[in-house]
Design a protein around this ligand. Structure first.
Ligand code: DQA
Length: 148
């Protein structure tokens, strides 16, 4: 199985956007680090970013039968708003880890609720871009246990 990494709205601006919360890495540098690590483990890692809720939902639907075995998702602001993206993940029933660069619990109260966390295998927040790498280690272990 492949790993799919999904990035929600405004994450295309990483490196330039509020670096005190989100760090200095660009999305391209994060994605290429994940792809290199996956390749070293004999896995393919697809990445997709969109500012559009519809495009993210359609990418999740495509994961149903494109060989994806595990999803890593930072839904960004849709974390706190999107029943539709949550429903898409529930529809395809693929295991996923939810990642946030910042510690959402140390920020505004509207960031404390997630529509995803109760469906997620696990949630990583506040560890910056490294959070994606830790999630990928879990994804690799999960896929290796499945031997598929
Ligand atoms: C975020 C946290 C969200 O509250 C915010 O809307 C984002 C990024 C994070 O990675 O810390 O866009 O998901």
């Amino acid at each position: 199985g492949k790993v799919l990494v999904l990035h929600g709205p405004n994450l295309n601006m990483l490196g330039r956007r509020e670096p005190q919360y989100y760090g200095a890495d660009t999305l391209d540098s994060i994605n290429s680090r994940l792809q290199q690590r996956a390749a070293a483990a004999g896995r393919v890692c697809d990445t997709f970013q969109s500012n559009s809720e519809a495009a993210l939902i359609e990418r999740v639907h495509a994961a149903f039968d494109d060989g994806t075995g595990f999803i890593i998702i930072n839904p960004a602001a849709f974390t706190h708003t999107s029943v539709a993206l949550r429903d898409a993940l529930a529809t395809v029933k693929l295991p996923f880890v939810e990642v946030h660069l910042s510690n959402v619990h140390a920020r505004e109260s509207f960031r404390h609720h997630s529509y995803f966390s109760d469906l997620a295998v696990g949630v990583i927040c506040g560890l910056g871009a490294a959070g994606y790498s830790y999630a990928l280690e879990h994804a690799i272990d999960h896929l290796n246990r499945q031997a598929s």
